[in-house]
Design a protein around this ligand. Structure first.
Ligand SMILES: [Zn+2]
Length: 264
């Protein structure tokens, strides 16, 4: 079956004290060595890394070869400092999602870096303004997050922005419809799974790669063998869809305290 896994990365680090991560970010930070191992595996297995235009082609059934998509959320400084040089080394494509109000803060990318990334041919999309859950916002705040983030990105990048990554994984159908209505062609979610032709560009499934994801797990994901993990991830999605973000964060903090790490 023709399928397209979309990997979701956050920060990458060369050494543990390189960047100022928040406690809840740490489980999502992948080491540079592990990340380079993933890229080597992608190359070794003959997968092509796709950008947004290729995803459109894939959804129309026009791409037959083994393919994968690399996405990077949150606009971390590591994206321009570590990820881009490695992607160039292996001649790979990727999509970066930027929370606009984080740009220029300590540990995050700056506008000239983003402009250079766009110039180098990488795809850039919006990750909202403030990196907050969008499921409970008023119409006005939602407009700010969805529409103004795009306008500001387009102004700084002098390029059209047509992709959005839903912040923090809180998502429901009405939110996806609102993002689509506001003119985005591609919406990347945290819905767990691989994509198939005739899937919806406005609800792209992704698989999160974490610090403790092993290379053999990454290889399984590349080949779409994800059944074992699916049930657990679906359960988390259900909770994120049906409880208030504050409640979810409260539960996640309790879980962290009890298990000594790991964001739900
Ligand atoms: Zn994020």
């Amino acid at each position: 079956m023709n399928q397209l896994p979309i990997l979701m990365y956050h920060g990458i680090e060369e050494s543990t004290r390189q960047y100022p991560w928040a406690e809840e970010e740490r489980p999502y930070v992948v080491s540079k060595d592990a990340f380079e191992g993933h890229l080597k595996k992608i190359m070794e297995l003959g997968f092509k890394t796709l950008g947004l235009d290729d995803i459109r082609d894939f959804l129309h059934g026009a791409i037959e070869e083994k393919s994968i998509v690399l996405t990077f959320d949150d606009g971390h400084a590591s994206h321009s400092e570590i990820v881009v040089p490695l992607l160039k080394k292996y001649r790979m494509q990727a999509i970066f999602f930027v929370p606009v109000n984080k740009v220029g803060q300590e540990g995050y990318v700056e506008w000239p870096h983003l402009a250079k990334m766009a110039e180098d041919g990488f795809d850039l999309g919006s990750h909202g303004m403030n990196h907050v859950p969008l499921t409970n916002l008023s119409e006005k705040d939602l407009y700010e997050e969805i529409v103004n983030s795009r306008k500001i990105l387009e102004y700084h990048l002098s390029a059209r922005v047509n992709s959005f990554s839903v912040p923090r994984g809180f998502c429901h159908v009405r939110l996806l419809q609102a993002i689509e209505r506001h003119g985005y062609e591609f919406v990347f979610t945290s819905h767990y799974g691989v994509n198939t032709p005739r899937g919806r560009a406005s609800d792209l499934k992704r698989i999160c790669i974490k610090r403790d994801t092993s290379l053999s797990e990454v290889e399984q994901i590349m080949q779409g063998k994800i059944q074992a993990q699916k049930l657990m991830e679906r359960a988390k999605e259900y909770v994120r869809e049906h409880v208030k973000p504050e409640t979810y964060d409260w539960l996640a903090a309790i879980k962290r305290r009890l298990t000594g790490g790991g964001k739900a």
